[in-house]
Structure formats: C-alpha cells, structure tokens
Design a protein around this ligand. Structure first.
Ligand SMILES: *Cc1c(COP(=O)(O)O)cnc(C)c1O
Length: 474
C-alpha cells in the first residue's frame, strides 16, 4: 500500500514511512492512494472473532509489506492484551435503538489508547529495524497526551514532548501525564489553548532547521497509523449488530475529526454504515462546515468536554481531499490552494462537490452545555449508566438524528466518566470513583514545565532537552 499527501507534492511513502513521518513535508496529511475493499463474504467471515484478530484483518491491506501477517497478529495481541476488559471494546445496550461502544478500557481510560497502544508498538518495531531514534512532539487537549505517554514511556528509541493548555484539562488528565517520570517523557504546560499548541506543533513539522537536528514523529491523529487502528472498532461493533447484512449508524463526539474519519474509512472499505453523526459542542466549526459549508475558525470556548474544544480540525482535510477532483480522482493542487487560503484567513468555504460528497454519509449536530448535562442525567436515571461529558454530547446528538427505527445507533463512549468527575457529579449527583489501577494517582509525584505558547521558546526548550541519543548523527 502506498500513501500520498493531501497536498499532492510530498514523497509517496509506504506504511512504515507514514507511521514514522506524521505530517507530510508539503504541510498535508498522508492518506492511502486508494481504499482497500472488503467483500460481503470477507466481512461476514470476521463475525465472532476476537478483537485482536479483527484488528489484524482490517489493518492488513493498509500495512502491506511493512509487517508479516504473523508479526502484525503478535502486535495486535500485545496492544489489546493491555485492556482491562476481555472484549476490549464492549457494546452496552441503552434502549431498543441505542448502544454505547465503550472505548475507555485501556490504560489511560480514553479511546485514544485503542490507537496509541498499537502505535507505540509500531514505533518500537520500525525504529528497532532501522536502528533509528525518534522525537515525538504533540499537542493535547487532554487525552492524546496521556495515552501517548503511556504508550511510549520507557520504550527504546523514542522520546516524547507533550504540550497541553495550562489549566484547561481535567486534574485526572493532567496527573495521568505529569506523574509519568520515565526519562524519555517531557510535559510542557503552555499558556494558551489547544489550538495554539497544535499550531506550534504543525509549524515544527515544517521547520527545516529543527528537523535537521531532530527526527520528529507525530502522535496526534495526523498520524495515519493511529487512524487506521480506529477503523477496527467500527467493524468489530457493526459485526455484533448484524453487519454486513444490516447497516449501523454511529454518533461520534468529535474534535479533530480523527475518530469519525475512521468511520468514513470503514464505510469506504465496504462496511454498511447508515450515517455518521458528527457531534460537536459549542466549538462547532465542523457543524457549521457540514451544515452550511462555512469552515471558519472562531475563538475556542472552554467547556466540560475539553477534548472537543477545538476550532481547527486537522483531519477534516483528509475528507475534503478525498472529495475533490473530477470523478473522484482527488486533486492535491486544489487542496493545497484551498488550505493555503484557510491558513491565511482562518476561513474557507467548502465546494459544492465537497458538501454533496460529505452529505452522503455525514450529518452534524451541535450540543450545548444543557443538552450535554441532560444526556448524562437521563442516561443515569433511565439505564443506570454513568457517562462522561464527551460521550454525553454524542448520545444527545444520537437522540436528535433522524433515522429509521430499525437502524441501530451506536454512540462512541470516548472516555471513562472518572476522567471528568467534577462535570459528571454536577450533572448526576454521583461522583464516579477512579478505577483501582489508578486509585493513587493524586498521591504520585508530578513533573512538568510551564512555558509561554511562543514558538521560539518551545523549540528552544525542546532542543535543549532532547536527549543526544535522539539526534540522527549522535
Ligand atoms: C480526543 C477525544 C475526542 C475527539 O476525538 P477526535 O478524533 O479528535 O475527533 C472526543 N472525546 C474524547 C474523550 C477524546 O479524548
């Protein structure tokens, strides 16, 4: 399998190459040259298989020759063996039509573990093979950071610098990152928003001077391997609800458009998906883009669902690229021009072709803080289930979407409620306990530096701190 950049001018890479590269050097994101197709029979043959085996089958065509089928299976078994639930991603029924896909049984209690546990193993595999070192840089709105840190702490050949917006993530999220004292882990609290952190990280990937000194890798969902691991759970869940003979709809609490884009990939591969609901909070750039074509970044409003407090959704570019060009040919030059316009004005209008293409599968719903709190309260009252604020946005949207009564609607439960205990307690009156394996989290020592969000200060710190062994020539 070959991967091309959404902006059309970066080198074509294989799976190993895109895993280590992160952002393409023309500023675009890597995407498979074409979508592999699964037949009805191939999908039906996955029914009843363990999660790790479904993962290997779904990932195999994308991995190509980068891993043998046996090695791929060893890695999926290892990655998903670390989950605390035997089903890895269990499905919970709420009522006749609604289900929760519980994605939070990994080590850091958010869905990002599903992808990052796999990515950590892929990094170690590919770097060991090349005898190379990698410096990961990332910006987090909370959950990516802890999941990425857990996935690479103490691993050979990798170090990680993680930026988070100071004071804008939950105490559990912060401590899950800052209490990891492994020598290859560096936490940076920046004054500013998640978008400021993400903009700085994006700039680092285009900074030739920095890249001349450090080999930079990405853990944000701009990394293709991460998205790929997320495609798996759409298959695993739909199979349980009757795929390939029946369609399923998914409601996805969305921030950076990574998780829901993985659903689009599953549909492109042949999985019958009735609808993908893009659920946003009041930071609703995606809702505006999908409903009116207006993709313009506003100012981030902090909410109780901080992992969705995003105004610029990086992965949206992958969808827009897949929907450009005449006859589905994709057009990197047109995409580069469209994104250049966006980067200079922070606004762009989707083409009619992009709007029509997106509307075939996606719909979007914006949920305000009342709707979110009400979803937490009702789910607790009606089903005895405690859900987190992000999941609540997805579930509120799932109840608003217009679908035939016989289509099952699965809401992605993206975080464990204990990660956002204050917001959950406000809405439901119940304070979810921390799972026992992290019960002592607040007693652990923290390590973190605070820096202004300015680019030069950040890169100076990273260059000063990066371990010499991570530099290509050392
Ligand atoms: C990251 C995250 C999201 C948003 O996912 P994207 O892939 O960025 O759209 C939603 N909920 C939780 C709990 C998250 O951690």
């Amino acid at each position: 399998m070959k991967y091309v950049s959404t902006r059309g001018s970066a080198p074509v890479l294989d799976f190993e190459g895109v895993t280590l590269a992160g952002l393409a050097n023309d500023g675009g994101l890597y995407i498979p040259e074409s979508w592999p197709q699964f037949s009805h029979a191939e999908i039906a043959a996955m029914r009843g298989l363990p999660y790790a085996e479904v993962a290997a089958r779904v990932m195999e065509p994308f991995v190509g020759e980068a891993l043998t089928p046996e090695r791929l299976r060893e890695l999926t078994a290892e990655a998903y063996g670390r989950f605390s639930h035997k089903a890895v991603v269990p499905l919970v029924q709420l009522d006749q039509q609604h289900w929760l896909m519980e994605l939070f049984h990994g080590p850091t209690l958010a869905f990002k573990d599903v992808a990052l546990q796999m990515l950590g193993l892929l990094f170690e595999e590919f770097l060991g093979r090349r005898d190379e070192k990698l410096t990961l840089v990332g910006a987090t709105s909370g959950d990516t950071g802890s999941a990425a840190i857990d996935a690479v702490a103490g691993r050979e050949g990798v170090e990680i610098f993680m930026l988070h917006p100071e004071g804008r993530i939950s105490d559990v999220q912060r401590c899950q990152m800052t209490t990891v004292l492994a020598p290859n882990v560096f936490n940076i609290a920046i004054s500013g928003s998640f978008d400021d952190g993400q903009a700085a990280v994006k700039r680092m990937f285009g900074d030739e001077a920095l890249k001349g000194t450090l080999r930079l890798g990405a853990v944000n969902s701009i990394n293709w391997a991460r998205l790929l691991a997320q495609v798996v759970y759409y298959f695993a869940t739909a199979l349980q609800l009757g795929a390939p003979d029946r369609s399923t709809a998914f409601s996805v609490p969305t921030g950076n458009f990574g998780d829901v884009f993985a659903g689009y990939v599953a549909a492109k591969m042949g999985l019958p998906i009735a609808k993908l609901v893009v659920a946003t909070n009041v930071n609703d750039i995606l809702h505006r883009a999908l409903s009116t074509g207006d993709y313009s970044a506003g100012v981030v409003t902090p909410t109780a669902a901080p992992s969705m407090d995003i105004q610029v959704s990086s992965n949206f570019e992958r969808l827009l690229f897949d929907l450009t060009g005449s006859g589905g040919t994709r057009d990197g030059a047109a995409m580069a021009a469209q994104m250049a316009g966006f980067e200079s004005t922070r606004a762009m209008t989707l083409t009619n072709q992009q709007r029509a293409g997106a509307a075939e599968l996606f719909t979007s719903i914006r949920v305000d803080p009342d709707g979110m709190a009400q979803a937490m309260r009702r789910t607790h009252e009606n089903c005895g289930e405690i859900i987190d604020p992000h999941t609540a946005i997805g579930l509120a949207a799932a109840h608003q979407v217009d679908l035939p009564g016989d289509v099952p609607v699965v809401t992605l439960a993206t975080a464990h409620p204990a990660k956002f205990r204050d917001a959950v307690e406000r809405a439901t009156g119940t304070r979810p306990p921390l799972p026992t394996r992290i019960g002592d989290l607040f007693a652990r020592e923290e390590r973190c530096v605070s820096l202004p969000g300015e680019y030069d200060a950040l890169t100076a710190y990273i260059l000063d701190t990066a371990r010499p062994s991570a530099q290509p020539d050392a």
